[in-house]
Design a protein around this ligand. Structure first.
Ligand SMILES: Cc1ncc(COP(=O)(O)O)c(C=O)c1O
Length: 410
C-alpha cells in the first residue's frame, strides 16, 4: 500500500477543505474527477504569474518560452503513454478527443453500409458522437455483447465483427463497473478485419501504466482532470498515419499553414493541425506537472494500491446483507452498489451527511442501466490518496444507515 498520509500532505484539498466544511472529507468520486497536488497548482500559477504569453504567436522571449514549455509538456505526455510527441494532440479532454476522432476520422472515412461497434457499457462521450456520425454518413452503430457480468471479451468481438466494421470504439476500463478490456487482443481482431480500434482511456490512463505501442490501439483519448491535472485539458493519441488522414474538427489560428481570398487553405501537419485557437496553456503546464507527480509515485504502485483497496472494499461490503454489489470481480478501484430498497441518489445524499462523496445515478452510461436491470447505482471510486479508513467510513455509514434513511423517507 502507498503511504497515504505522506501523499495527502501534497494535496491542499485534504488540509484546506475539512476546516471549511466542518465534517470529514472522504472523497470517493475519483472516477469523476481528482484532487490536485501542490506541484500542479504551482505549475498553473507559474504560468499565470511568471510566464503568461501565447505560444506560436510572438517574436519575444516570453512567447518562445511558452513554446518550449508546450513542447516539453508534449514530450512528457507522449513518453507517459509510449507515444511520439507528433502523435500526441492536446484537446479539452476525453470528450473533445473522442469527438475529434468521430468527426475528423469517422465522418471522413465511413459511408452507408459501414458499421461502428461499441458496447452497452460506454460513456456518453463514446456513444453520442458515433450516433451523430452514423446519422451523417448512413452507417450503423452496433454493439459487442458483454458477458453476463458486464465484461467485454475478444471472443465476443470476434463473434460480431464483419467486413463492414470500420471502427471499434471501446473503453479500456469502464466507468461504472470498472472492467478492464484486453485492448491488445481487441486491436488485433479489429486490424485483422480492417477496422481501427479507438480506445477511451479516461478511466485507465490515470490508474495503470499504458503503452500505446504495446496495446496497438489506433487512437487513445484521456482527460487531465482525472489524473490529478487541471480541468479543460486532455489528450488524443493517434498513430501518425491516421492523424495525417484525419480532418481537423476545428479550424482557425495556429493550425493553418496558409489561406487566401479564394479559400485555398493549407493545414499544418499533426499534432498542430488539431490545435486551433489559443491553447489552454495553464492546463498544459498543469498536465505535465500531474504526470510528473504520478510518475514520481509510480503507476505500478498506484495500480497495486487501488487493487488492494478494491479487494478490501468488496470484502467489507460483501458482509453487509443490505448491499447489492454489481462488480465484485472487476479490476479497477471502482465499487458499484446499491443499498437494498434505497434509491441510489438517496443513499448518496445520506453518505454526504457523513462527509462521504460518492457518485450516484447512471454515471453517463445510460445504456448500461438496462443491462444492470436497475435505474441507478452508487459508485465509490479510489485513487492514490484513498485510504482503508475511507472505506471503513463508507462501510460503517452504510451499516448504520437504517435509522437515518427510515427517518428520512417515512
Ligand atoms: C469512460 C469515460 N469516458 C469519457 C469520459 C468523459 O471525460 P471528460 O468529461 O473528462 O471529457 C468519462 C468521464 O467520466 C469516462 O469515465
Amino acid at each position: 500500500m502507498l503511504d497515504v498520509k505522506k501523499i495527502r500532505a501534497d494535496f491542499p484539498m485534504y488540509y484546506n477543505h475539512p476546516q471549511m466544511q466542518g465534517k470529514p472529507l472522504i472523497w470517493l468520486d475519483n472516477a469523476s474527477t481528482t484532487f490536485k497536488p501542490d506541484s500542479v497548482i504551482a505549475a498553473i500559477t507559474r504560468y499565470y504569474t511568471e510566464e503568461t504569453s501565447n505560444s506560436h504567436r510572438g517574436d519575444y522571449d516570453l512567447s518562445y518560452h511558452a513554446d518550449l514549455a508546450v513542447a516539453e509538456a508534449r514530450k512528457t505526455v507522449a513518453a507517459f503513454i509510449g507515444a511520439k510527441p507528433e502523435e500526441t494532440v492536446f484537446t479539452a479532454g476525453t470528450t473533445a478527443s473522442l469527438n475529434l476522432v468521430a468527426f475528423g476520422y469517422g465522418a471522413k472515412h465511413l459511408q452507408a453500409g459501414d458499421e461502428i461497434l461499441l458496447t452497452e457499457a460506454e460513456h456518453a462521450s463514446n456513444v453520442l458522437p458515433w450516433f451523430k456520425v452514423a446519422e451523417m454518413t448512413g452507417c450503423r452503430v452496433g454493439y459487442i455483447p458483454l458477458t453476463k457480468e458486464g465484461r467485454l471479451t475478444p471472443e465476443n468481438l470476434e463473434k460480431v465483427i464483419t467486413p463492414r466494421t470500420k471502427i471499434v470504439s471501446v473503453a479500456h476500463i469502464t466507468n461504472v463497473l470498472g472492467y478492464q478490456a484486453d485492448i491488445k487482443a481487441l486491436a488485433a481482431i479489429a486490424h485483422k478485419h480492417g477496422a481501427v480500434l479507438v480506445c477511451d482511456g479516461a478511466q485507465s490512463v490515470p490508474h495503470i501504466a499504458i503503452n500505446v505501442k504495446d496495446l496497438d490501439c489506433d487512437f487513445l483519448a484521456f482527460s487531465g482532470h482525472k489524473l490529478c491535472g487541471p480541468t479543460g485539458i486532455g489528450v488524443l493519441y493517434g498513430k501518425y498515419d491516421l492523424l495525417v488522414d484525419t480532418d481537423p474538427f476545428m479550424t482557425g489560428g495556429g493550425m493553418n499553414a496558409k489561406f487566401d481570398l479564394c479559400g485555398d487553405v493549407g493545414y499544418l501537419a499533426p499534432p498542430l493541425r488539431f490545435e486551433a485557437g489559443t491553447q489552454h496553456l495553464a492546463g498544459i503546464y498543469g498536465l505535465k506537472a500531474a504526470i510528473d507527480y504520478l510518475q514520481s509515485v509510480g503507476m505500478d504502485r498506484i495500480e497495486a494500491h487501488e487493487r488492494e483497496l478494491k479487494r478490501y472494499a468488496v470484502e467489507k461490503l460483501s458482509k453487509l446483507d443490505k448491499v447489492i454489489l454489481y462488480n465484485k470481480d472487476s479490476e479497477a478501484g471502482i465499487v458499484t452498489f446499491n443499498i437494498q430498497g434505497i434509491f441510489a441518489q438517496d443513499a448518496a445524499t445520506f453518505l454526504n451527511s457523513r462527509g462521504i462523496a460518492v457518485r450516484s445515478g447512471q454515471h453517463c452510461a445510460k445504456i448500461l442501466t438496462d443491462f444492470l436491470g436497475t435505474l441507478a447505482t452508487v459508485r465509490a471510486s479510489f485513487y492514490l490518496y484513498t485510504s482503508k479508513e475511507d472505506i471503513d467510513a463508507l462501510v460503517d455509514a452504510i451499516a448504520h444507515s437504517e435509522d437515518y434513511l427510515d427517518a428520512y423517507f417515512l
